[in-house]
Design a protein around this ligand. Structure first.
Ligand SMILES: Cc1cc2nc3c(=O)[nH]c(=O)nc-3n(C[C@H](O)[C@H](O)[C@H](O)COP(=O)(O)OP(=O)(O)OC[C@H]3O[C@@H](n4cnc5c(N)ncnc54)[C@H](O)[C@@H]3O)c2cc1C
Ligand code: SF4
Length: 325
């Protein structure tokens, strides 16, 4: 592990300025549950570690009936999981938070770090100089790719690892990004990039930009939501496939409108606009739901070991819809 300097800014502005002045040698550090293992394995080789945890005011959840919830980026996953309003009004977030890692990791890992964590591809995490690390080859493409993506891949085939990002995408959350020049608010859908756009970075964050808060609008009167995650191991594990679903339902008969987001299938949290449109007006019975699911992820391109994800994503989505009904 390379020696590094550990710097403790006390304001987000100071942290952002440090990022800019140190350039590529600087790394933001929140709970460290992902960053530290990458530093230890020399995947990250930064020499200036900017600790965010001394910055006040970024670790709370505030509720407002008209504007919804605001979650500071240093809020831990545990705090999100145990928040009573989130549990009753944003069940999808509560369920996603509870699906993440182990209790110990949830106590330390933050929302900002969860959204910006690095991919889990086993070649990337080991000693392979693949495309994501600036090399010329994707070892997963013709190698072991059981957990890699089925849609949106190329030239790199990672899946995005964050459960919170999938749930927040289904909720159409917004991300407040701080930078030296001010703040900007973007839909979470715009936070992530595909490898075809940038194969070495997962988000659009520029040097000096820090996720400050996440905003989620208040739920409608008839909103129901859920997060289902299929993982290979019964204990903690990343998603083989996950489905976050937010539906407006009338009298358990039909859907007014809805949005589904998927994890474990693409290099970024994924949604399918054509499928979301089909949810509007969909009758809540098994035949209609199965028909609507026929075309889901039709543009997929499976690798040698991961075609199992297609029936899995359809079945999990069907189960989610019928459960919510
Ligand atoms: C064994 C294990 C199992 C796990 N299982 C799951 C799982 O099932 N589901 C899941 O979703 N996650 C899982 N995780 C990931 C875990 O949730 C994340 O490691 C954690 O949430 C990251 O938060 P952190 O505060 O520790 O981030 P750090 O490790 O401190 O940072 C992670 C990255 O985010 C960047 N960053 C941190 N905060 C900000 C910010 N505010 N703005 C911009 N960039 C920022 C850092 O620079 C770094 O690149 C697992 C991790 C481990 C180690
Ligand atoms: S999937 Fe991406 S991270 Fe994994 S080996 Fe291929 S290029 Fe590297």
């Amino acid at each position: 592990m390379k020696n590094f300097q550990y710097i403790n800014p006390t304001s987000i502005k100071e942290a952002s300025n440090l990022m800019i002045s140190f350039g590529e040698s600087a790394l933001l550090y929140a709970g460290g549950t992902d960053a530290l293992s990458l530093l230890k394995n020399d995947i990250y080789t930064h020499s200036k570690i900017i600790n965010l945890k001394k910055i006040g005011g970024l670790n709370s959840i505030t509720h407002n009936k008209t504007s919804g919830i605001r979650i500071g980026s240093l809020t831990t996953i545990s705090e999100i999981a145990k928040d009573e309003t989130i549990k009753s009004e944003y069940k999808i977030l509560h369920e996603a938070a509870n699906e993440i890692a182990s209790p110990q990791l949830r106590n330390i890992g933050t929302l900002g770090g969860n959204l910006c964590q690095s991919p889990r591809c086993w070649y990337y995490r080991e000693d392979f100089d693949c495309i994501r690390k600036g090399g010329g080859e994707c070892y997963a493409y013709e190698g072991r790719n059981k957990f890699h993506c089925v849609v949106g891949g190329g030239p790199c085939y990672i899946v995005h690892p964050s459960d919170m990002a999938v749930a927040l995408l289904a909720l159409d959350a917004k991300v407040i990004i701080f930078s030296e020049v001010g703040e900007r608010t973007i839909p979470i859908n715009e936070l992530y990039v595909l490898p075809s756009e940038n194969s070495s970075q997962e988000t659009i964050l520029k040097p000096g930009e820090i996720i400050k808060e996440i905003l989620v609008a208040p739920p409608g009167q008839n909103t129901r939501s859920s997060y289902i995650k299929f993982k290979e191991r019964g204990a903690w594990d990343f998603a083989s496939v996950s489905v976050g679903l937010v539906l407006e339902i009338v009298a358990a008969k039909s859907i007014i409108e809805g949005k589904a987001a998927f994890g474990g299938v693409a290099p970024r949290p994924w949604t399918d606009d054509k499928f979301n449109k089909k949810l509007s007006g969909l009758a809540l019975n098994e035949t209609s739901v199965s028909e609507a699911l026929n075309s889901l992820l039709n543009d997929s391109e499976t690798l040698s070991e991961n075609a199992y994800k297609l029936p899995l994503v359809k079945n999990l989505t069907k189960r989610s819809i019928l459960n919510l009904a």
